[in-house]
Structure formats: structure tokens, C-alpha cells
Ligand binder design. Structure first.
Ligand code: HEM
Length: 530
């Protein structure tokens, strides 16, 4: 309302005899002239501002521990009036996994409510029984959820990570045929040895001569010839980063276009990234179609299996469906294992005692002959390399490849620790915070100690997936869990046996927040032959 809108009213009042007489009284006049009332009558904009301040104050009193218009919940850490935990998380976003973990310390609890004005309501827990309940025991009540699906859609489409119900079941069943024992014994180990040998002769031997290398397990071996990172890898990293930002910002569909217009250099280039990976996936599909048509390939690999399969409507999969499948399996297999290996070598080079124990075990069980016989090597890795397994699992405890995850509640529920879940809440769990929690892993939780994985009988100790959800839990447990472990162990055994790695000084080693856990600045190691 404008200033002039009030003036006729004031002028009318001044013309009334009683009022004008009153106003002429010196006392009344001075009060009125200086009073707030007159200010408000003459300056409705100021009045509006006072009103806004008063209303904000009122709301701030009501919503003093949560974001405005949200329901009151128990246990909310870092809560600011009206905006909830938003400022704390925005400030610490590059250290998100640590700050989420700090919430548990602040409240001395293993479950809390996350409340910020930019996100849907979340119950955040590192309580093993809660995690197991949501992922396994009450699986049917928790799905990927609308916010998750929309945020993931550009990159992952309807692929297995983003699918629910029948769509998910079909992909899981089709893919699971590839991960059988026979393939492990007869094919996978062979492929891994071949790849690691290629890496050894083409990269590490040469680097050992120059005594320096930047170790990048995330790079496909074919790209080792390239000086720069391959465009696909760069684009895929950007697209994953962008997808993660979408997941943690409920209003991304509004803020992303504005941010891209005003400060494009600050945001991951989602559009360009998705285009590169999309083209790549479609090219792979076309190539495979040609190979199949020419009878050049046996339809046993994952993509060929999906190409031969029909979907739930009995129709062969379209290129769009296959594109989603290719990209979902690339992220599942490429980044997770590669990043785990990078963190593993970081741990080994900073824990010489562990590296020595591992080396001793390798010396005891692995011979040159064994590295030429993949079936025998597979059996030895499975039954004898206890400490190597422990090193890998311990790495994933502190540096889980999927550090943060969420599910959406279809109905009200009560978690094993008594926390109430309401329909539409997100249940969020953090393998990263859980791995470092003293409540879960004891006082030495933050220390790298593979021995915790070995029982009194000298055998590998298995932890429940609720306590160690690095590979998820329940019906959606990682399909590639054993494949990834085998691949990582072949790499670790081969490399530690042949080379001595040393961490180059002066590095800032930290994760980059993304869907998985890449190292922000990579890992520089020097290498020499043993
Ligand atoms: C260290 C390596 C790996 C880790 C830590 C890991 C971890 C995980 C996690 C936490 C999930 C659950 C994601 C979610 O649904 O939100 C998952 C799912 C999955 N992983 Fe892995 N993964 C690894 C390697 C692999 C490999 C090598 C493959 C196969 C090539 C693979 C295939 C899959 C598939 C297909 C799913 C989806 C399962 C489903 O939704 O039913 N993973 N993985």
C-alpha cells in the first residue's frame, strides 16, 4: 500500500473539530507528532516492515528449533529458528559426512531428525538395528522415493539404482545371472589379472623408473595412454556431482538454472556431462547390436543379456532402457571399486605396520605360478587371504564408496530404537558416519585396524550389514559385492607383491562430495619395484 493511500484519511481526520482541537493541545500534539502511530500512518512501508519483523519474531518463537511450517520433532541438531539446520550444513557442505556425524555427538544419540528449509523431512540414523530394519526387515515399506528419483533421473533414468517394484525386480533378476560362481572362478579372475598386468607393464613399471606416479584407479586402462583424463570420465564425475547436489537441495529445479546463469563456474555442468555419458552409452549399445548381428559375440555379458531379454510387457528393451542400464552398471562397477582402491593405498602407505602384515600374508600364499592360474588363484584368495580381506573391509568401513544413502517411507513405522517414522519421511543412513562412530565400533572407531575383522579362531569375522552397510543390506544388497572384493584383492595382492608405494608429501587428501567417495585432488604416490 502506498503512502498516499493513507493521506486522505489523515487529512479527513485533521479536519474534524474534536480531533483538530485535541491535536492543538501542546502535550497531545507533541506526543502525536513524535509517536509511532503518526509514523505508521504517514509511512505505511515502515509499518509494513514493523509488521514483518513482528510476524517473523512470532514465527521465530513458534519455530525456534526447526524450519518454518515444519512439524515439531524430537532431537534436531544445529537447529536455527525458521531455517533449521540449513546454515550449518550449507557452511560445512564440503565436509558434509563429518558434520552429519557431529550431529550424533552433539545429541549423544544414534538417531536424529534432520530439518532444514530446503529439504524434505529426514530421520537420520547410524543405529545398526534401524539400518537393518529399513533395508531388510521392513523392506516393503521403504522405496527410493520421489525426491531421489527426480534428482537421479537425468543421469540414471529408470536404471536399477533408481527403479522400484517390478522395474527393479526385472533388472535385478536379469543381471544376477552374470554374478554366478562359475563366472567368478573361470572368467572374472582371469580378466582382473589381465587388466592389472596391463597396468603394471604400461604404467607402474615405467613410473618406477621415474619413481613418480599419480595413481588413479578411477581411470579405465585404455585411457592410460592419454595425457589428460578421458572426456567420459570427466563428464561422468561432473554429472554425478551434479546429481548429488540435486539430492541434497530440494529446490534444485529453481536454484540450478539461476546458479547456472549467474555463476556457471561454481556448479557442475550437468547438461554437458549427461550429454557426453549419454552419447557414450548409446555408442556402446549400437556397437554391441552390430557385433551380435554379425555373430561376433556370445551373449553372456551383462549388456548382451539385457539385449536378449524382454521387459515385463514381453517387449525387447529399447535403446533408452538399455542406455539407463549401461550407465547404472558403469557407476556401480567403475567408481565404487576404483575409489575403494585409492583409499586402500592411502591407508596402506600411512600404516606401514599393516602394509608389512599384508605383504607377509602375500609372500606366504601367492607365487608366480599362481598368478598364471586364475582358477587356483581365486580359491587361494577366497580361503587363505584373510588379512587382505580385512584390509579391504576396514578401508570400506572408514571410506565407504557409497557414503550416504536414503529411503522413503510409504507408511508410518516405528524403528527398533523407538523412533517414529511418518509416511513421507526419508530415512537417511551414513555408512561414513557409522564407520567412525564409537558407539558402533568402540573407542578405536576412527583408527585403521584391520585386525578387528579377524576372529579369535583366525578366520574372517563377518559383521551384520546393519552395522557395516558398505554394500547395503537386504534384497537390494550390492549385486557386485563379491565381484568388487575379488577385483580389489587381485589388484592389492598383485601391486603390493611387486611394488613399494610411498605417499608423496604436501598433499591435501580429502573426499569430494558426490554420490560416491572420490578423492578431491587424487592421490600421489611414488613407486619402486620390490
Ligand atoms: C567396493 C565396491 C562396491 C561397493 C562399496 C558397492 C556398494 C553398493 C551399495 C551401497 C549399493 C546400494 C546402492 C543403493 O541402492 O542405493 C550397491 C548397489 C549395487 N551394486 Fe554395488 N558396490 C560396489 C561394487 C559393485 C560392482 C563392481 C558391481 C557390478 C559390476 C556392483 C553392482 C551393484 C548393483 C547392480 C547394485 C544395485 C542393486 C539393487 O538395487 O538391487 N557394485 N552397491
Amino acid at each position: 500500500m502506498s503512502d498516499t493511500a493513507f493521506s486522505p484519511l489523515v487529512q479527513f481526520a485533521m479536519k474534524q473539530p474534536i480531533i483538530s482541537d485535541l491535536i492543538k493541545q501542546p502535550f497531545v500534539s507533541s506526543v502525536l507528532q513524535k509517536s509511532l502511530v503518526q509514523t505508521l500512518l504517514r509511512q505505511p512501508l515502515t509499518y509494513g516492515a514493523y509488521g514483518a519483523i513482528a510476524t517473523t519474531g512470532l514465527f521465530a518463537m513458534i519455530y525456534n528449533d526447526r524450519s518454518i511450517f515444519s512439524e515439531k520433532r524430537e532431537k534436531v541438531p544445529f537447529a536455527w529458528p525458521l531455517i533449521g539446520s540449513f546454515p550449518t550444513f550449507a557452511h560445512w557442505v564440503t565436509h558434509l559426512h563429518e558434520i552429519l556425524g557431529e550431529g550424533f555427538n552433539e545429541l549423544d544419540s544414534t538417531t536424529y531428525s534432520l530439518n532444514a528449509f530446503c529439504i524434505p523431512h529426514m530421520i537420520f540414523s547410524i543405529h545398526p538395528a534401524n539400518v537393518e530394519h529399513v533395508l531388510k526387515n521392513n523392506f516393503e515399506n521403504y522405496i527410493k522415493g520421489p525426491d531421489f528419483s527426480v534428482a537421479m533421473d537425468d543421469l540414471f533414468g529408470h536404471g536399477i539404482f533408481n527403479a522400484n517394484g517390478e522395474e527393479w525386480k526385472f533388472q535385478r533378476k536379469t543381471a544376477s545371472h552374470v554374478f554366478n560362481v562359475k563366472n567368478f572362478r573361470d572368467q572374472f579372475t582371469d580378466v582382473f589379472i589381465e587388466e592389472i598386468k596391463f597396468m603394471s607393464t604400461n604404467l607402474l613399471d615405467r613410473a618406477a623408473e621415474q619413481n613418480r606416479i599419480r595413481l588413479g584407479f578411477g581411470v579405465h586402462l585404455n585411457s592410460l595412454h592419454e595425457e589428460e583424463k578421458v572426456p567420459f570420465a570427466v563428464a561422468f564425475d561432473e554429472a554425478q556431482k551434479g546429481t548429488f547436489f540435486r539430492m541434497i537441495n530440494h529446490y534444485w529445479s529453481v536454484t540450478e538454472p539461476i546458479g547456472t546463469f549467474l555463476a556457471p563456474w561454481l556448479l557442475p555442468n550437468m547438461k554437458a556431462g549427461v550429454k557426453v555419458v549419454d552419447d557414450y552409452a548409446r555408442q556402446v549399445i549400437e556397437q554391441r547390436r552390430t557385433e551380435i548381428a554379425e555373430g561376433k559375440t556370445e551373449a553372456k555379458d551383462l549388456l548382451s543379456r539385457f539385449m536378449k531379454a524382454s521387459n515385463n510387457e514381453g517387449v525387447p528393451l529399447s535403446n533408452d532402457e538399455l542406455r539407463d542400464i549401461v550407465l547404472n552398471f558403469v557407476i556401480a562397477g567403475r567408481d565404487t571399486t576404483a575409489q575403494a582402491l585409492s583409499w586402500c593405498f592411502y591407508m596402506l602407505t600411512t600404516h606401514p605396520r599393516v602394509e608389512q602384515f599384508l605383504f607377509n600374508e602375500i609372500q606366504e600364499h601367492i607365487t608366480d605360478d599362481l598368478l598364471e592360474d586364475s582358477t587356483a588363484l581365486y580359491e587361494v584368495i577366497k580361503s587363505k587371504m584373510i588379512y587382505a580381506h580385512a584390509v579391504f573391509f576396514e578401508t570400506l568401513r572408514l571410506y565407504p564408496s557409497v557414503p550416504l544413502n536414503q529411503k522413503y517411507a510409504l507408511h508410518d513405522d516405528i524403528l527398533p530404537d523407538g523412533t517414529h517414522i511418518k509416511k513421507g519421511d526419508y530415512f537417511v543412513w551414513s555408512p561414513y558416519a557409522q564407520g567412525r562412530s564409537e558407539k558402533t565400533w568402540g573407542p578405536d572407531a576412527k583408527h585403521f585396524r584391520p585386525e578387528r575383522w579377524i576372529g579369535d579362531d583366525g578366520d574372517l569375522k563377518r559383521e551384520s550389514q546393519g552395522k557395516w552397510p558398505a554394500f547395503h543390506s537386504g534384497p537390494r544388497t550390492c549385486l557386485g559385492q563379491h565381484l568388487a572384493t575379488l577385483e580389489a584383492l587381485v589388484a592389492i595382492i598383485f601391486l603390493v607383491r611387486k611394488y613399494k608405494f610411498t605417499l608423496c608429501s604436501g598433499q591435501d587428501i580429502h573426499y569430494q562430495i558426490s554420490l560416491t567417495l572420490p578423492m578431491k585432488n587424487g592421490l600421489k604416490l611414488s613407486v619402486e619395484k620390490r
